[in-house]
Design a protein around this ligand. Structure first.
Ligand code: MSP
Length: 652
């Protein structure tokens, strides 16, 4: 594949390291990955950046709650993102962390330059502060007295801080947005930003006093302050490239696309653009704001997270089904709903029935009629031309649609070629052609075209489903990896080599049968009990492959308790009713241990109680907690300690 000598730079937001990675994060990262892979196929030298945002109030607070040093805390947490991106086959070229030295030195350098240039000044300020969003708002920004971004309460703060002279760039920015049609996409979002800029643009508070929030990059000109987390974070897009000289020399700046969620468009369009302007750097070519995902019609929440945890979804459906679904289901820019039903529908109809079947029937027929060797085309027929021109049309359209990041339209186009190839098979009827010698000549052409169409499809699909595309390529007996064939190889029809040996293999996308689908759907009922991960169901005795964070674990309040009373529950073989003293109170707890312990054996024992378990009724009796026990060969043994501990002590 020829390199075109051009460079291409795409970024995702850097994710708050505190957050547990969810499908919203995966969405942007996959979208960036798709474009990166596509641009590489076009011969570009690509730089794809993602990373984690590691300073700020929330991280500081979380580390404090856990009694951890903030740096130790973030060193641990960022790996959750890194590991997930490996699982999703994300081909990022760098992963930047804002606590890394290479980032910090650039932030310091920029702050110093801007301060020396008079772009930053110190002033006393009174404003409304939204702690969760870590943003100051003016009175006029508030909506019903609350944060205009998240709707939560704000508090009035009076402080001396450092300010970046953002307001001076208002008119220039409005002009820039108006003059550069594609700077902000989609157009509806551009209008929102212009709406925001129709009110006077204030200067930006870029510091936080250390005594209120110490976890940040200290200002190079005043050690009592740290840098505001957004001012620090946005710089990641250039600190990855190095010093200002290196940035200019790298050839990667300005970035081609910053992909962001709709909620953080303003910070990018306004803060980042004015920061760049003041540094004398050109603005990114495009800011694309995508929509938000709900899950089964509901806002993503902690309880819903059980069923849409990305690692869990990959275990259930495989990486490429998730990548395909996220890119196919919703136009990039609009909100969408992640429903397991829709996901299973896409898998079965688009992937298993249409694409999977086309691949299977083609490889099977080449196996059957030509002993697995792709034939050279022989006699042409009138059915060929529509397929060939459809393929060329598809390649041209797909290329154009990438300019607007119209992922779902690209996939729709690609599926039209899948359908056209399936129809070609129906129209030409290989099974009839195989019946005569003359027909067999024609059959050579038909099978060749089907194989070529599949090769084309593999290349077009590769950015979206890299593993599956590579498997298709391999099944067609093609030795050259897709990355080396590139888009130029689908500009002309006929790249598949006659004589290649088909590598028959198992189905790429097995259908999810009704029974299995029902089971998955039952497990994703969001209104009732959260679904148990399937892996845990299957392998009760194996160490779970699903990892929980320390924060998740700390949500479970385990306490020492002493059993004061114990009696068997009438009509139950297993249950014993216990009275347990946990220091601050006495709890009534039902335990399924009657076959292992006599009530008298239990009285006076120190046990471990799950103290914040939602009360539940068993045989009409309320249980206010659960005691921990293990079992082996059906024998239950209560958990305990090798020395006495006071009652109500937290167990970790
Ligand atoms: N750290 C900042 C970004 C700094 S970039 C210089 C941040 N981080 S975040 O982790 O909170 O959010 C990262 C991205 O995830 C945002 O683009 C946000 O829109 C996106 N999403 C968060 N929830 C989402 C959904 N439910 N659906 C889709 N995307 C969502 O903001």
């Amino acid at each position: 594949m020829q390199k075109n000598g051009k460079k291409f730079f795409i970024t995702t937001p850097i994710y708050y390291v505190n957050d547990v990675p969810h499908i919203g994060h995966a969405y942007t990262t996959i979208a960036a990955d798709v474009v990166s892979r596509y641009k590489k196929l076009e011969g570009y030298e690509v730089f794809f950046l993602t990373g984690t945002d590691e300073h700020g109030q929330k991280v500081h607070q979380a580390a404090k709650d856990l009694g951890l040093d903030a740096q130790v805390h973030v060193d641990k947490l960022n790996t959750r993102f890194k590991e997930l991106w490996v699982r999703f086959n994300i081909c990022n070229d760098d992963f930047i962390r804002t606590t890394e030295e290479r980032h910090k030195v650039i932030v310091l350098d920029i702050l110093k330059r801007l301060f020396d240039k008079g772009e930053i000044y110190k002033a006393s300020y009174e404003g409304w502060y939204c702690t969760p969003d870590e943003r100051f708002w003016t009175e006029k920004d508030l909506v019903n007295g609350n944060c205009p971004e998240c709707g939560r309460k704000v508090e009035k703060i009076t402080e001396t801080n450092y300010f970046f002279k953002m307001g001076q760039y208002q008119d220039w920015l409005i002009e820039h947005i108006k003059n550069n049609e594609n700077f902000i996409q989609p157009a509806s979002r551009k209008n929102e930003v212009l709406g925001f800029l129709s009110k006077p643009l204030e200067d930006l508070c870029i510091s936080r006093p250390k005594d209120r929030m110490p976890w940040g990059i200290p200002l190079p000109f005043d050690d009592d302050y740290v840098t505001y987390v957004w001012f620090d974070a946005l710089i990641n897009y250039i600190s990855t490239l190095g010093t200002l000289d290196k940035i200019k020399a790298s050839g990667f700046w300005p970035a081609d696309h910053h992909l962001v969620g709709k909620d953080i468009l303003t910070t990018h369009a306004v803060y980042w653009s004015t920061m760049l302007k003041s540094m004398g750097l050109p603005l990114a070519k495009n800011l694309f704001a995508h929509g938000w995902w709900t899950v089964n019609g509901q806002k993503m929440s902690k309880s819903l997270f059980n069923v849409v945890e990305p690692n869990h979804l990959i275990d259930q459906f495989g990486v490429d089904t998730i990548r395909y679904f996220l890119m196919r289901e919703v136009p990039f820019g609009l909100d969408g709903d992640f429903s397991h039903k829709a996901l299973i529908g896409r898998r079965n109809s688009d992937l298993a029935n249409n694409l999977g079947n086309l691949l299977n029937r083609t490889t099977n027929m080449i196996q059957k009629y030509f002993e697995g060797t792709i034939p050279a085309p022989a006699t042409s027929g009138e059915e060929d031309e529509p397929l060939l021109s459809k393929a060329q049309e598809t390649v041209t359209r797909v290329r154009t649609l990438y300019n607007d990041l119209a992922y779902n339209k690209i996939l729709t186009e690609i599926w039209e070629l899948v359908d056209a190839t399936n129809q070609y098979i129906v129209k030409t009827g290989p099974w009839n052609l195989a019946k005569s010698d003359e027909g067999k000549e024609r059959l050579k052409t038909v099978m060749h075209h089907c194989a070529e169409s599949l090769r084309t499809l593999a290349i077009l699909l590769y950015p979206f489903m890299p593993e599956s595309a590579a498997a298709m390529n391999q099944q067609l007996g093609i030795d050259t990896p897709i990355e080396e064939q590139g888009m130029e190889s689908v500009e002309k029809w006929g790249g598949v080599k006659p004589g290649s040996k088909i590598q028959a293999s198992s189905q790429l996308f097995p259908r999810i049968e009704d029974k299995e689908a029902d089971k998955i759907l039952q497990g994703t009922q969001v209104s009732g009990e959260p679904a148990k991960p399937q892996a845990a169901e299957k392998k009760q005795d194996e160490v779970s492959s699903e990892q929980v964070t320390i924060e998740d674990f700390m949500k479970i309040d385990l306490r020492t308790g002493k059993i004061l009373e114990a009696e068997k529950v009438k009509k139950s073989k297993k249950l014993i009713k216990l009275k347990v003293d946990i220091g601050s109170e006495t709890r009534q707890v039902l335990a399924g241990i009657a076959e292992a312990y006599e009530p008298d054996q239990l009285i006076g024992r120190t046990i471990i109680l799950v103290a914040n378990l939602k009360p539940a009724k068993l045989m009409g009796i309320e249980s206010q907690g659960m005691i921990l026990a293990g079992s082996a060969d059906g024998k239950i043994i209560l958990g305990g300690f090798d020395q006495e501990l006071p009652l109500g002590v937290r167990v970790r």
